[in-house]
Design a protein around this ligand. Sequence first.
Ligand code: PAF
Length: 271
Amino acid sequence: MLTVDSIAAVRETIGAWRAAGQRIAFVPTMGNLHAGHISLIELARKHGDRFVASIFVNPMQFGPNEDFNHYPRTPERDAQMLAAAGCDLMFMPHVEEIYPNGERIATRVHVPEISSILCGEFRPGHFEGVATIVAKLFNIVQPDVAIFGEKDFQQLTIVRRMASDLCLPVRIVGAPTMREPDGLAMSSRIYAELKRARAAILAGARDYVRIEAECSEALAPRGLRVEYFAVRRVSDLQAATRTDLALVVLCAARLGRARLIDNVTVTLAAA
Ligand code: PAF
C-alpha cells in the first residue's frame, strides 16, 4: 500500500492507474478505523480494480462545541488495517494541504434543506463541512465509485444529492450497517426501538407522529437524551405522509458525551 499526503501524489498515482484502464473505488474516512469501516472497504474492493482510502479529520465539519483537537487519531493502526484490507493507496493529507487559505474562508458546498433538518438541526454547519470535504476529495481522487455507510443515512443522502446536483461522475454506493450481536447496549436499545417502529408501520400504523412520540418516550428512561426519533421519506428525509412507500426511521440520542445515531428503512407495498 502506498501512503501519500499530497494532492499531486494522489493525482499522479491514480492518473497512471486510470491510463491503464483501471476503475477506482474510494472510501473517505476520518480514521480511527473500526470493523464498520472495514465492511465499507470490503464492499469497495468489489467495485473497482484499485481501492483508495482517505484519512482526514475535517475541521470544517466540527461545530464550536465539538472537539476537533481531541478527535481520536490513530494513523499507524489505520494504515495497518487498510493494508490488511487490500487498500492500494492511503491519502492522509495535512489540514494545510486541503485548506491552504484556512478552512474559515474556503469555498463551501451547501446542500439546502436536507442539511438543516434532523442531525443538521443539532449540528449547524456540520453537513456543509461534510459536503465540502467530500466534493473536494471527489475532485482530488476522481473515483468511479465511492462508498458511504448507511449508518449515517442523512450524510449518505446529502452526498448523493450533492453528487447529482453538481453532475459529479461518481456512483455513490451505500454500505449496510454492520451490527454485532454484542454491540453497545445503548445502541442496541435504539436499534430495538427502531425495529419496533418498523414493525408497527408494516402492520399498518400510519400515525407517524404518535409512533415518534411513543418511541422517544420509551428510550428516555434508559438514560438516553433523544434528539429526534423521526419517520421520514427516503428521497429527501422530509416528514413521511400516508402515500409515501419508501420510508426511513431515524434516531439520534445522547448518552453522556456520546452521540448515537441509527436508522432502519421500511418499504411499503403500493395499495
Ligand atoms: O463519515 C465520515 O467519516 C465523514 O463525515 C466523512 C464522510 C469522511 C467526511 O469527512
